[in-house]
Design a protein around this ligand. Structure first.
Ligand code: HEM
Ligand SMILES: Cc1cc2nc3c(=O)[nH]c(=O)nc-3n(C[C@H](O)[C@H](O)[C@H](O)COP(=O)(O)O)c2cc1C
Length: 502
């Protein structure tokens, strides 16, 4: 059936197609054939089953871009247009109430990344807040991520003539205005109707490439279209367990012009998320201080059987991610695409070495913002481990660090230890409640803080940053004992037992 064909579908007809094998769903006025699709839905089969024979627009629009269904199904599964008089759904525009929520204070009044959380929380739905603030089990890694930077002290040099500062850096042959990017995150329409498109545009205006996610509310094609042809972006990959789907995704990323593939490798299975921040009071809290954070520690989760527990149970998206992904697959991804590949989620020096040995263009040190394995080390500690045991890696590869980066001083500490760039996750999602301008402001605040920190430290460009500007003695005692003698670290070859699947 062609796009121009206007078959009319009455509501009573839609209702007749409500089974798994013969199921239709109306979305924004168009009726689609969802027969035999439920089990493939990355957001869970139940959501599809619940809406068969019905209008699913409200739930669909909260998380997906209007164009997703057309892009995914093409014309093949398009049944026709729902008869207007029968349509129980709202108009296409204005479906997402959060375009500019009246409770949001003026953007100009926000002067630090911390303030975005307090400003945006009242404007976000409970679901969005729980999703955004979630961390694994007791949230120990998530808290450590934020605390760790305060344990590193600067050692400034005086009288260096710091009147003019340049924050730009080279990354994969691109010049970035600043070594700060937005971390890739899924389902961004929960925070603003423009979702990943807003983040991509803000990144572009800021002068850094966006990292488009696999599980975005908007498809990669929509994101790259919003950027304009030839404009650089990176692609975060969740490797699909269906190899033909993985190949299709990679081919599309290459065709659309992705400059690198960042393979998220820290979440082969879904982690257990019991509470977002311990209680709904804390979710709405603006403060990041120690006493409040403590209440989200072990044993402080919501009462069993409470609504909160049910709501924050992990979404069933992992019916698509391949838990058997291995280093040989990383090599295959690099060969197949011909693109620079990063491994996202590196949490120890040995894995950094393997990535270097097999020819990755970079490593992305991350514990998924404390949303993967709890009690893993903050990325900055892993960076220090690399600095102590295999510093040559830091010159061979591009190194990104994320988790808990909230201040310009955090950025500068990571750069001094050898990172090329940092990424920021949650604060940019709170800022997204303001749309593109909110994300741009968050990035600009961080850049301003970085500039001032560089001047106060006594440097005028990032290539002058080095470990000598830091006192890391409080972190060194947290390093694994083997790092005291780097020869104890096993050769990557001993770890690398490829079992090629492709
Ligand atoms: C071709 C059709 C569809 C495709 C390709 C698709 C794809 C996806 C993907 C990739 C995700 C996981 C990432 C994300 O959260 O954005 C997801 C989640 C989700 N989808 Fe869909 N979807 C489709 C149709 C629908 C429909 C018809 C509905 C509702 C009626 C729906 C509701 C949801 C919801 C609510 C989630 C989030 C689940 C959660 O984590 O709470 N989707 N979908
Ligand atoms: C709501 C949310 C969704 C995320 N989704 C993804 C994702 O789809 N892919 C991925 O590689 N990382 C994902 N992450 C992890 C981020 O890329 C990043 O590693 C983390 O947020 C950094 O920590 P921070 O939030 O403390 O800055 C997500 C993080 C959050 C908070």
């Amino acid at each position: 059936m062609s796009l121009t064909t206007k078959r009319r579908v009455a509501v009573h007809e839609l209702k007749k197609h409500a089974t798994g094998e013969d199921g239709w769903i109306a979305l924004n006025g168009t009726v689609w054939d969802f027969s035999d699709f439920a089990a493939q839905h990355p957001g869970g089969a139940e959501l599809i089953v619940q809406h068969l024979g019905k209008d699913g627009s409200e739930v669909y629009n909260e998380i997906h871009s209007p164009a997703l269904v057309q892009r995914h199904f093409g014309e093949q599964r398009r049944i026709g247009e729902l008869e207007a008089s029968d349509s129980p759904m709202p108009a296409k525009e204005g479906l997402n109430k959060r375009q500019q929520h009246p409770s949001l204070p003026p953007l100009e009044s926000i002067t630090s990344l911390h303030q975005f959380e307090a400003a945006a929380s009242p404007a976000l739905t409970r679901k969005a807040l729980l999703y955004l603030s979630g961390a694994t089990e007791d949230g120990i890694t998530e808290r450590e991520n934020r605390k760790v930077y305060s344990r590193v002290m600067f050692r400034p040099r005086l009288l260096q003539g710091v009147g003019s500062v340049n924050t730009s850096t080279q990354f994969l042959g691109l010049t970035l205005s600043c070594p700060i990017m937005v971390a890739p995150t899924s389902s961004n329409r929960l925070f603003h109707r423009d979702g990943e498109v807003a983040i991509a545009r803000a990144s572009q205006r800021f002068g850094v490439p966006p990292i488009a996610p696999t599980m975005g509310s908007f498809s990669l094609a929509e994101i790259s279209e919003a950027l304009g042809s030839g404009r650089p972006f990176f692609f975060q990959l969740y490797a699909n367990r269906d190899r033909s789907e993985l190949t299709r995704t990679l081919d599309e990323a290459r065709r659309l012009g992705a400059r690198a593939i960042m393979v998220t490798s820290d979440s082969p299975v879904l982690s257990k998320r019991e509470s977002a921040k311990g209680s709904s009071t804390l979710i709405l809290s603006s403060s990041d201080n120690e006493s409040e954070v403590k209440t989200s520690g072990p044993g402080s989760g919501p009462p069993l059987g409470s609504e909160l527990v049910r709501q924050v149970a992990p979404p069933p998206v992992n019916n698509v991610i391949d838990p058997d992904l291995n280093w040989a697959d990383i090599q295959w991804i690099a060969r197949h695409t011909g693109l620079p590949v990063f491994v996202k989620g590196i949490q120890r020096a040995e894995d950094a070495k393997i990535a270097a040995e097999i020819g990755c263009a970079g490593i992305y040190l991350s514990n998924h913002g404390g949303r993967a394995l709890d009690t893993t080390p903050p990325a900055i500690l892993v960076l220090l481990e690399i600095q102590k045991t295999c510093p040559e890696i830091l010159t061979k590869m591009e190194v990104i660090v994320d988790g808990g980066v909230r201040r310009g001083t955090d950025v500068l500490k990571a750069i001094c230890l050898g990172a090329r760039a940092v990424c920021v996750g949650r604060p940019c999602l709170y800022a997204l409640a303001y749309g593109e301008n909110g994300v741009l402001r968050a990035l600009a605040i961080l850049k301003e803080e970085l500039t001032i920190a560089m001047q106060l430290l006594g440097i005028t460009s990032l290539d002058q940053a080095n470990p000598g500007f830091l006192n890391t003695s409080r972190l060194e005692k947290l390093l694994p004992s083997m790092t005291l003698d780097s020869s104890d670290i096993m050769s990557p070859r001993l770890y690398f037992q490829p079992t090629p699947k492709l």
